[in-house]
Structure formats: C-alpha cells, structure tokens
Design a protein around this ligand. Structure first.
Ligand code: C2E
Ligand code: MG
Ligand code: MG
Length: 531
C-alpha cells in the first residue's frame, strides 16, 4: 500500500505494458486456488467439525480476497485504458498544429527522420506564402488565420497518398514527399503551388495568393535537419528570384549563403571602420544640357577585396538588416555634402540631392523623424531632398505607404526608381504621392536600334504618363548619344548615364560645380575612372 501511494499518477510506458501481462496478474490467484483445493481435499478426510468449520471459513475468506482482487484488477484495466487513450490524445496534440490541425514541425521532422533512417526516398518541400504580412496587415489577424486554415485545406486536397502536409509555423508550410527524383519532386511542387494559386474566399472577398517553395531531396548521409535547412535555403532563393515559384536546392546555394553571411559581418565592420563613401552621379536636363541634380550612390572600398559593387552588398545589407544603419549614414552624409556645396557654390550647386532608400528603412517607425532631424541639423529644407524608392517597396503595406505620405507631407519629394521593372500599376501612381519617375536602364538599352518594340513602347508610354500626371521623367543609364536623342524625342526631360557623366567622388563633383554652368558630357570619358 505504501509503494502504491508513492507510485506516480501516470505510470511510465514500461509499467503499463507490464501491468497488462495477464500471466503475472493471475499467478497469485492460481496459487490461492491450488492451496484451497489442497486444504479442502485434506479436510474432507477424518476431521472434527470444529476443525472443518475453521478450514471452510479460511477457504471462504481466501475466496473473498480473490474476488476482491479480481474486481480491482478489472478497475485497474479500465483506468489503464483511459490513461492510454489520454496519452494518445496528448501525443496527437503535441504533434499537430492547433490552428490548422495539420501535423506540426515536430511531427514533420520525426517522419522525415524515419524515412531517412529507413533509407526510403524522401524530399522536403518547404512552402512559404508570399507577402502574407501585407495580407495580415490589411485584413487583420483573424482573416489571416482563416486564410492559413484554407491554405492548409488546399494542401490536404492537393496532396497525393503518401505525401504528408504540415504547418511549420506562421505562413510556412511543408510537404514530405516520398520521392527522390528531381522531376517528380518538381511536378509535386508545381501541383501544390498551383493549388494555392487558385482564388480564396475570406469574408465575402476573393483573394489571390501565391507562395514560394524550396525543394530539398534527401541525399545519402544527410540528416533530417540538414534536408530541412537545404529546403529553407532553396525557398529563400525562390523568394529572391521573384516569388511565386519553386527552386530546387543545389550545394552552391549553401556556399552563397556562407559567402553572404561573411560579407554581412565584414560590411558591419566596414561601416564602423568608415570604409564606405559616397559618389554622386549628375542628372542632366536633356533639353538644355545643363546640370539638374545628383544621385548619391554608396561605394565600399574593402581592405582586401578591393571595390565591392553595391549590386553585391546592398542585397546582403537588406537581408541582414544592416541597410538601416547604412542607409542612415548615406542620408546624413549626402545631406551634409549638399549643405557644403550650397554654402560654397550657392545656386550654382544642385538644388536637391537624390538618396536611395530601401524598404526596410521605410518600415522603421522613426524614419520620418530621422529625415526631419537630418534636414534641420544640416540646415537644408525638405525641397533639397529627393528620396528614391522602388515600386515593390510601395506595395509593401499600409505602414510603408503611411511613411511615404508623411514624407510627402513634410515636403520631401519621392522618386520611383527602376520604374517599369516592378508590378507597376496605374492606380498605384494615383494613390502614391510620387514626384519623379525614373525609367529603368533596361528600357533605355535597346532604344536606339528599336529592336525590342515592347520595351520601346514602355519607354514611350512612361514618358506620356509622366507628362499627363505632371511628374518629372528621368531616363536612367544613357550610354550613347543616339539613346539620348531618342529619349529626348520621346519626351524625357531629364537623363542620367555614363554618356552624360559617371558617378563622381565629392571633390570631382565640386570641381564641376566650380566650372559652372555644367554641361552634359564634359565629365563623360575623361572622368570615367572614378566609378
Ligand atoms: P539605382 O538607384 O538605379 O542607381 C543607378 C545605378 O546605375 C548605379 O549603379 C549607377 O552607377 C548605374 N548607372 C548609371 N548610369 C549608368 C550607365 O550609363 N550604364 C550603366 N551600366 N550603369 C549606369 P550602382 O551605383 O552600382 O548602384 C546600383 C544600385 O544599388 C542602385 O541602383 C541602388 O538600387 C543601389 N544603391 C546604391 N547606393 C545605394 C544606397 O545608398 N542606398 C540604397 N538603399 N541603395 C543603393
Ligand atoms: Mg536610384
Ligand atoms: Mg535605378
């Protein structure tokens, strides 16, 4: 009784299994029955009536004890069955996702591990809903949850027998595929993404979603953890390649990741050690040929690697979040520079400086305050600053749109950079307080020979659009005189490009200003070394 009271409420698995063994349970009863039979057979022979009464009494008591034991054994068995049911339910809850009821991350990992251990074909397909944050922001978290439940349902519907859909957390889902052939895995990915691509209905609203997926086929010697990580890397590659698609993991992607992580840490040190500097690319008025503005572009002189192009390190900075301190430095440095030029050259200096801003900076809660503070500390007014943002950042969500509106209200002008390459939408242009459109270089490239009629048509349309909406149109990346002439004919008032002027260090730009009026081309070939 003492031991029973001390025993834990839920017996461990082994004890439960042991208690179920009927042979051990019945042993005492067999012993008692055998003893009773022996005693009765002995007492049946010559014995006094008093002795017989005692023996019959003893046998009866033993009989009651046996009956009582059998009853409690029955009760125990019922209780044990209850415990087992509870255990199974707890296990189910621990291995499934509360919101969608799909298997969760733990169950996915266990199943993947089991397949790998058994040398069975296994592929991890990681699926992440694109721009889910924006949907959550605009429709609210309750609708976001509903949408996740429906996505889970879609995955269940589109999974074939043997495929295991799971929710890993947030807007991240996964499917364990019982295949090891790239073609089969890719077909499954395409089927599941197409399933998610069909419209959803939330609160009587129709919604179109898309998702990005990473595929990792378990190779010999890989652990479940490694396979999942590979799928994750491939999924990020899919996001970077423009979302709404799948990418299959390749070992070089891991090297890229390591390279990016190293570059990010070196960039962190580089910012602290002052290895960054700015160059300024002049913007010209194409009709007068006179200097009309300047764009600040960041440069990184790495002590060992040498010059690192912003095309390489800006994406790394964006992914790691370093773009925020980097962007703050660029903004302050560019404003201080313009203030110095304005102090030295007066109105001969450019009126405004263009500064590129990444969407992560716009998401920060204090960006507007930061801009206002930098302007007042450098003695500039909002008219002296043009912030360049890409189209994709404008569609990022209400928070970014509010920030842009607040900047516009402050009096800072906004330019849509690389225009034509993102998801340009006319309604976006009406809703967004934009002042300048910068036609992307890719549309300027084939403009002179007219080979690419589609791009030519976009370039012409953007110029007309800018005129009707009374926006400034700037053509980027002009590399020869023919392009310049064609763009002017099309109605582009402003232009920027190596043919007009390369990006220049501050001192060389000041040299130009000193020789005002500045005309396009003067700094073209002879200053080309400074890019
Ligand atoms: P962007 O803002 O569109 O800048 C224009 C890019 O085109 C610059 O490249 C410039 O040097 C280059 N360019 C100008 N004219 C020509 C031309 O005639 N031919 C060719 N081939 N290229 C031309 P850069 O400086 O390498 O910058 C690349 C991108 O990096 C920028 O594109 C911008 O998106 C980003 N970036 C640069 N500086 C910053 C910064 O301070 N902050 C942020 N967030 N992004 C920056
Ligand atoms: Mg720019
Ligand atoms: Mg651009």
């Amino acid at each position: 009784a003492y031991l029973q009271r001390r025993a834990p409420a839920t017996p461990p698995r082994r004890a439960v299994a042991f208690a179920g063994h009927s042979m051990f349970n019945l042993l005492p009863f067999v012993a008692v029955t055998a003893t009773a039979i022996l005693v009765i057979s002995v007492s049946a022979q010559d014995m006094s009536s008093r002795q017989r009464t005692v023996i019959i009494g003893a046998v009866l008591i033993a009989g009651f004890v046996v009956a009582r034991q059998l009853l409690s054994l029955r009760e125990n068995n019922v209780a044990l069955r209850g415990i087992r049911r509870q255990q199974a339910e707890l296990e189910r809850l621990a291995l499934s996702d509360k919101l969608t009821g799909l298997p969760n991350r733990t169950r996915f990992a266990v199943d993947l591990d089991e397949r790998i251990e058994a040398h069975e074909p296994a592929t991890a397909l990681l699926i992440d809903v694109d721009d889910f944050k924006m949907i959550n922001d605009t429709l609210g978290p309750a609708a976001g949850d509903q949408l996740l439940v429906q996505v889970a349902q879609r995955l269940r519907e589109h999974c074939r027998p043997g495929e295991l859909p799971a929710r890993l957390g947030g807007d991240e889902f996964a499917v364990l595929l019982p295949v090891d052939e790239p073609a089969e895995a890719e077909t499954a990915a395409a089927r599941l993404l197409a399933g998610i691509g069909r419209p959803f209905r939330i609160n009587d609203q129709q919604l179109l979603l898309h998702a990005s997926a990473g595929i990792a086929i378990a190779a010999a010697g890989e652990t479940a953890d490694e396979v999942q990580r590979n799928a994750d890397i491939a999924m990020y590659a899919a996001k970077e390649a423009g979302k709404a698609s799948w990418v299959r993991f390749e070992p070089r992607m891991r090297q890229d990741m390591v390279h990016h992580a190293r570059l990010a840490s070196e960039l962190h040190n580089g910012i602290l050690r002052g290895e960054l500097r700015l160059v300024y690319q002049p913007v010209f008025d194409l009709s007068t040929g006179l200097l009309a503005g300047a764009e600040a572009l960041v440069r990184w002189q790495h002590p060992e690697r040498g010059f690192v192009s912003p095309g390489d390190f800006i994406p790394v900075a964006e992914r790691s979040g370093l773009i925020v301190p980097l962007g703050s430095w660029v903004l302050r440095e560019a404003c201080e520079q313009l203030a110095r030029w304005r102090a030295e050259f007066g109105d001969a200096a450019v009126e405004a400086i263009n500064v590129n801003v990444a969407v992560r900076q716009l998401r920060g809660a204090c960006f507007v305050d930061e801009v206002a503070a930098v302007l007042s500390e450098t003695g500039l007014t909002p008219r002296h600053l043009i912030l360049e943002v890409t189209e994709s950042s404008v569609v990022d969500g209400w928070q970014v749109r509010e920030t842009l509106q607040a900047l516009h209200d402050l009096g800072v002008r906004l330019a849509l950079d690389d225009f034509g390459t993102g998801q340009s939408s006319l309604s976006l242009l009406r809703a967004f307080p934009v002042d300048v459109l910068k036609l992307d270089k890719s549309f300027v490239d084939g403009i002179a020979d007219g080979a690419d009629r589609g791009r030519l048509a976009v370039a012409a349309a953007v110029a007309q659009l800018a005129e009707h909406l009374q926006l400034k149109a700037v053509a980027e990346g002009i590399e020869n005189a023919e392009q310049q002439a064609r763009l002017r004919e099309m109605g582009y008032r402003y232009g920027q490009g190596f043919h007009l002027a390369r990006p220049l260090p501050a001192e060389e730009f000041a040299g130009l200003l000193a020789a005002a009026p500045v005309r396009a081309g003067v700094s073209g070939a002879e200053l080309s070394s400074s890019r």
